[in-house]
Design a protein around this ligand. Structure first.
Ligand code: SF4
Length: 418
């Protein structure tokens, strides 16, 4: 998608000048960092750490800069995608401490969908307007490595046109291990059977010490980077994520963003960056560990989206505000703080709700359009890879609902494991 900036040269100059004037009235170091960002210079990790600590006028200036760079990168449009999340199993023995989703095999709520049911759900989604299914699951000890391929085959046989966005780097690691093949061979086989893109989830925080505490380092930072890089080198795009607001600090966020930027420079394979605030309700990490924070504060959410825009400027155009993690009002606010996308309107998302997330409520796509319009942006329905599916030019004026808003009930979520 990535429409060019709609700013005329004159208004762009005047907006830039207003920002430069704004910088002259704030703390010198922050003003200097923001000036560099405004001029398209790359920010360092130390710059990002300083920005993550801004408050008051400095924070306002950060947000205004992020909004300006967002406008230059993607224009006035803000997008969403109609997709269905299919969590094919919640059985997992990896024991990630933040995860309130995983069940043991003999738990009453344990679930393993058969291939027929997965295909049924994909077909139902397609008939209701979805262009994508997002498939992720726990690492069920009994499934074979070939199960991942079988899922793709079952969906493609039933709905050949649908885009399959599936399998986190953790699942890729697990499937390759079970299949006794290399990661590259495993991913290539999935591509050959219809995998269209991969969620860059399971990133959490790409820091050795933090990951040890979150996931016992079962999928290390190096392995995550290797799997993502391999996917990109094989031509498979992925998203990138961060899960923040638990035992982490600004220095970890800055390093994480730098790692994501380095990968993008090398491969160009990321389609978007998705900040995911930690959902603490019912999360074992929060319940059982002292000094774990209950997710990010409202200002931390704003800073994360804004700093992501600045750090990734010129490399990753799409910054997504995860509606289900943030709730509608904050998600709307993120569209004015550097984000240009609201993610998916989904059915059947269960991860955030399993961890007690509050915002898994049902919505219809027109609510997404309304939210975007209320933020002063032009709503666009996109596909997975940010191609335009539908514009809603006269929506704000007429209130007319289009076919894609036809009233089926959806659950909006970030659609990803954290
Ligand atoms: S986050 Fe994923 S890999 Fe970790 S325990 Fe939960 S389902 Fe398993």
């Amino acid at each position: 998608m990535n429409a060019p900036s709609v700013l005329s040269l004159d208004s762009e100059k005047s907006e830039k000048q207003s920002l430069i004037n704004l910088f002259s009235g704030i703390e010198k170091r922050i003003g200097e960092i923001l000036s560099r960002a405004l001029n398209g210079q790359e920010l360092e990790e130390s710059d990002a750490i300083a920005l993550f600590n801004t408050e008051g006028d400095e924070l306002d200036a950060l947000v205004a800069t992020a909004d300006y760079l967002r406008q230059k990168a993607t224009g006035n449009e803000a997008s969403f995608v109609i997709t269905r999340n299919i969590n094919f199993t919640n059985v997992c023995y990896m024991g990630c401490k933040f995860c309130g989703f995983a069940k043991r095999k003999d738990d009453a709520q344990a679930e393993l969908l058969d291939l027929e049911e997965i295909a049924n759900r994909a077909e139902e989604a397609w008939h209701k307007g979805a262009t994508e299914v997002c498939i992720q699951g726990g690492l069920h000890p009994d499934i074979k490595g070939s199960h991942y391929r079988d899922i793709l085959k079952a969906i493609k046989k039933r709905v050949p046109e649908i885009h399959i966005h599936a399998f986190s780097p953790f699942e890729i690691w697990f499937g390759a291990l079970k299949s006794k093949v290399s990661v590259a061979e495993f991913i290539q086989d999935l591509i050959d059977h219809g995998l269209g893109s991969m969620p860059g989830t399971a990133a959490e925080i790409l820091d050795v010490e933090i990951r040890k505490q979150l996931t016992k380092d079962k999928l290390t930072t190096e392995q995550w980077v290797e799997i993502i890089t391999t996917a990109h080198e094989l031509g498979l795009p992925t998203t990138a994520t961060i899960m923040y607001g638990h035992i982490d600090e600004p220095k970890h966020w800055a390093a994480h963003l730098n790692t994501i930027r380095k990968i993008q420079k090398q491969t160009g394979g990321f389609t978007e960056f998705v900040p995911l605030g930690f959902v603490h309700y019912e999360s074992p990490l929060y319940i059982n560990t002292p000094n774990v924070r209950p997710g990010p504060t409202a200002e931390e959410n704003i800073r994360m989206h804004a700093v992501s825009r600045l750090m990734l400027n010129g490399w990753i155009d799409n910054i997504q505000a995860s509606w289900v993690k943030l709730g509608p009002e904050y998600a709307q606010q993120m569209l004015r703080s550097g984000a240009n996308d609201l993610g998916g309107t989904l059915m059947n998302e269960s991860i955030s709700r399993a961890a007690g997330g509050k915002h898994g409520q049902e919505i219809v796509p027109k609510d997404m359009i309304r939210m975007i319009s209320a933020a002063g942006r032009d709503p666009v329905r996109r596909n997975t890879l940010y191609g335009v599916v539908e514009r809603f030019d006269d929506y704000a004026a007429s209130g007319v609902t289009s076919e894609s808003q036809s009233g089926f009930q959806l659950i909006a979520t970030s659609g990803v494991f954290a």
